[in-house]
Design a protein around this ligand. Structure first.
Ligand SMILES: Nc1nc2c(c(=O)[nH]1)N[C@H]1C(S)=C(S)[C@@H](COP(=O)(O)OP(=O)(O)OC[C@H]3O[C@@H](n4cnc5c(=O)[nH]c(N)nc54)[C@H](O)[C@@H]3O)O[C@H]1N2
Ligand SMILES: Nc1nc2c(c(=O)[nH]1)N[C@H]1C(S)=C(S)[C@@H](COP(=O)(O)OP(=O)(O)OC[C@H]3O[C@@H](n4cnc5c(=O)[nH]c(N)nc54)[C@H](O)[C@@H]3O)O[C@H]1N2
Ligand SMILES: [Mo]
Length: 754
């Protein structure tokens, strides 16, 4: 199943924070729990640089406990909050004027919007006091470099995309981009999730973020040594080749819908490989969809709870897959570095590795040769050739990626280099990532873009003070050369160090290469060169750009304004289920959406249907606990990890609990606006205020009060089972990515009798 969490990677890295950051602005992340090793770096920055840690979170988290400043924000109001900071920054002229002038497009609209967000209005909407807003705006403007850290508290909203845009905008305003100790350090989630997005566990792109469309498919067909028509014939009809698929958040709608409007047919079969199933919102709908399927196949190391929450009896298959200890290959970390991982043991018992499962599948369906062909190919003298009969796993797979994925610059990630990095960990500096001795001149893990096998990797994105050959670059030119008559390229004040071209330049194509670089191609080169740098199998564009110190993707301005999005400039919009009906009228959500990822999505019609807060007055936030991860299957099968949190619970303020006559440890029902409910244990905590409760999302095995224990195959029941918080996380999805609004919803609390 595809994962649509496209929320970006780190522009900098953990060592860089330790080495250089003077302030860490952590908003919507609780790394003390969700990434303790990463968090240790923030504590080191406090020790070494006297860095100030600011935590913005609706819950007083373990990260907040270590902060110099804690701001208790109402969920779903981060855009308003950042505008409140920008208001103060612009009003006092604290913005980095030359950075904005030279490197950013569309900031005037941001400035206009910020005017509306006085400290008073910001305080009214966000719940953070006006005095604190002024204090933090001053601190962030005066303390440089400052880095912004965020994770799921920012993305999991109907306005998640706007949230993830307003934070880089803050960094552009302050001129903290492309700088040591600055940037946006977006802490990604589980093991190799960065790699899985880079490799396209996504429903709306091809690997390496190549967009769906004929040009990309034709490039891939060529790069894989396949006939385009053959690829096309894999689809129900050619139309579906270029349509987004169903998203992980709403595949169930594809099963339940009777209409065929946006899809080839209702989904009949589901293949689950590496998804915890109850990790998605609307678990009751997920359950309904599982029941309705003709076929359910699960390929993974544990008994996935997909097989447990369904009452489906026939045509459910569980294929045993080895864990990550039983396989080998490259994985990608949150800061864009790759790591080679070696196998610890062979797959145990009758289990197979993930890739062997896929290979067997391809054999049975008759396309194994096509599936594996690219691993036997190589570029020789600018042309693609099949060079051997057998491939070697996983080295040839890594080399295939290095050869094909140009968009994010994986050209340097050959198996040979990645293995060398793993074998020489000790030769790299943890702060600068620079190598010593025989690894000199390379950065650890070759943070992408690592354009070629000679390139050292790019530890800090968008740094124009470093030559391209050492990891420097400007902002990417992706959206044309002008918009509304305004050039998208910077003037000569922004030249990438050592570049032959002064100032901005476009992304490099077959058509513009001679003019932009001031060179002449030979006839042979003209014959071999691809249409543009992303699809140039010959590597000629890369080679010529390297010679000129030019970045293949151009040197453009950053966009503060995205003219293809519903909100060109980010706007505050109330969550779908808001506790403030007065603010819903002033800051309504989007219009309902048609055919996004093949389904219709309700926005305004759901938000306006009634004043939800009357019946569901308590805000609902979900969170993680340190001993469990994801839907929790892995750790709940561990006796000792389960022992720490043996039961599903909710953090509830004693005042709120007692107003319902609920004592610490009592059971309570939590009801959602969708008509679903869960039964959980009350755990008194003052980390939450009386207007909100916080739930871990790592439990499953109970559904709306029903214990599904009997459905676990004999001997496989985890030590801890319980309700999934996602049975009651509210309806609501991001307008662009369709990530569920896990973190801003409402509920009603009722004491459970007996
Ligand atoms: N132990 C453990 N570690 C994990 C995981 C796990 O399940 N268990 N999961 C991994 C994964 S997949 C991921 S993606 C990461 C996630 O890492 P984090 O995002 O750091 O984890 P969360 O606990 O979800 O923290 C999100 C924080 O955002 C806050 N928040 C909620 N709504 C809002 C809001 O509207 N605005 C603001 N400013 N804050 C808000 C929540 O209260 C919470 O403290 O963790 C990874 N690490
Ligand atoms: N309410 C709420 N819901 C959330 C979130 C939240 O903050 N709040 N966070 C969301 C986020 S950020 C994420 S990333 C998702 C995470 O949710 P999921 O992506 O569903 O992650 P897990 O639950 O860890 O599921 C991973 C599954 O893969 C299996 N597995 C482990 N190793 C392997 C392997 O090597 N091969 C195979 N084939 N399988 C393996 C595990 O046994 C497990 O069943 O949850 C999302 N859901
Ligand atoms: Mo995640």
């Amino acid at each position: 199943m595809a994962n649509t969490w496209g929320y970006g990677a780190m522009t900098n890295h953990f060592g860089d924070v330790v080495g250089h950051s003077k302030a860490i602005f952590m908003i919507g992340a609780n790394s003390a729990v969700s990434n303790p090793i990463g968090f240790k770096h923030f504590l080191q920055a406090k020790d070494r640089n006297n860095a100030k840690l600011i935590v913005v979170d609706p819950v007083f988290t373990k990260s907040a406990a270590k902060a110099d400043h804690y701001l208790r924000i109402r969920t779903g109001t981060d855009v308003a909050f950042i505008y409140g900071l920008l208001h103060i920054i612009f009003k006092n002229g604290w913005e980095d004027k030359s950075f904005i002038e030279n490197r950013v497009y569309g900031m005037d609209e941001v400035r206009e919007e910020a005017k509306k967000w006085t400290p008073e209005e910001t305080a009214n909407v966000t719940g953070v006091s006006a005095a604190q807003i002024i204090q933090i705006a001053t601190l962030l403007a005066k303390t440089k470099p400052m880095t912004v850290v965020w994770a799921l508290g920012i993305t999991q909203h109907s306005t998640g995309t706007s949230n993830t845009r307003i934070l880089p905008i803050l960094q552009l305003v302050l001129g903290n981009m492309g700088k040591k100790g600055g940037g946006c350090n977006i802490i990604r989630g589980h093991d190799n999730v960065q790699g899985s997005t880079d490799m396209c566990c996504l429903a709306d792109s091809l690997p390496g973020y190549y967009g769906l469309g004929e040009a990309s498919w034709k490039y891939y067909a060529k790069a894989w040594g396949l006939d385009y028509k053959w690829l096309q014939d894999r689809f129900y009809s050619p139309k579906w080749m270029n349509e987004k698929g169903f998203s992980l958040a709403k595949w169930w709608q594809g099963v339940l819908q009777e209409e065929k409007t946006y899809s080839s047919s209702p989904i009949k079969a589901l293949w689950v490989q590496g998804n915890g199933i109850t990790s998605m919102a609307q678990t009751a709908k997920v359950q309904e969809a599982l029941d309705k399927l003709d076929l359910l196949v699960i390929a993974e190391p544990f008994v996935n709870e997909a097989a447990v929450i369904t009452s489906k009896q026939d045509d459910v298959y569980i294929l045993p897959v080895g864990t990550q200890f039983e396989t080998e290959g490259s994985v990608t970390a949150t800061n864009r570095t790759s790591q080679w991982r070696t196998k610890v043991v062979d797959p145990l018992y009758e289990s197979k590795t993930d890739h062997d499962v896929m290979f067997e599948f391809a054999k049975k369906f008759g396309f194994y040769d096509e599936f594996t062909k690219a691993m036997k190919m190589k570029v020789v003298n600018g042309e693609l050739k099949e060079v051997k009969k057998e491939f070697t796993w996983p080295d040839d797979a890594a080399d295939e990626l290095a050869r094909i994925v140009k968009t994010i610059g994986l050209g340097g990630w050959t198996a040979k280099r990645l293995r060398e990095h793993q074998e020489n960990w000790n030769l790299f500096d943890p702060i600068s990532l620079e190598g010593h001795g025989k690894m000199k001149g390379q950065y650890y893990g070759l943070p992408w873009p690592s354009w070629t096998t000679k390139h050292p990797g790019s530890p800090i994105l968008y740094d124009v003070d470093t030559p391209v050959s050492k990891g420097g670059m400007g902002f990417r030119n992706r959206f044309g050369l002008e918009h509304n008559g305004v050039s998208q390229l910077p003037d000569e004040s922004v030249s990438v160090k050592g570049s032959k071209i002064k100032g901005g330049y476009p992304e490099i194509t077959k058509d513009n290469i001679e003019e932009v670089l001031g060179i002449k191609l030979t006839e042979d080169e003209k014959r071999k060169i691809g249409t543009n740098w992303k699809t140039d199998i010959s590597g000629i564009i890369q080679e010529k750009c390297d010679e000129a110190g030019v970045c293949v993707y151009g040197n453009a301005k950053a966009r503060a304004k995205v003219w293809t999005f519903p909100d060109q400039t980010p706007l505050h919009r109330e969550p779908i289920h808001s506790p403030r009906m007065d603010l819903v009228r002033k800051y309504p959500t989007y219009e309902d959406q048609k055919n996004n990822f093949r389904v219709d999505v309700r926005f305004k019609s759901e938000q306006m249907a009634q004043d939800w807060s009357k019946e569901f007055p308590t805000m609902l936030v979900t969170m993680r606990v340190v001993n469990l991860s994801g839907a929790g299957m892995l750790e709940r099968t561990s006796k000792y990890l389960s022992h720490i949190t043996p039961e599903m619970f909710a953090n509830i303020n004693p005042e709120l609990a007692q107003s319902h006559n609920i004592q610490d440890g009592d059971m309570m029902w939590l009801h959602s606006p969708q008509g679903t409910k869960i039964k959980v244990k009350a755990q008194y905590s003052t980390r939450v205020t009386p207007d909100r409760i916080a739930l871990p999302y790592n439990f499953a095995g109970h559904m709306q009060g029903v214990d599904m224990s009997a459905n676990y195959p004999e001997g496989t029941k985890p030590y801890a089972i319980g309700e999934s918080s996602n049975t009651i996380t509210n309806y609501g999805f991001d307008i662009i990515t369709q990530i569920p609004e896990f973190n801003a919803g409402l509920c009603k609390i009722v004491k459970a009798e007996g």
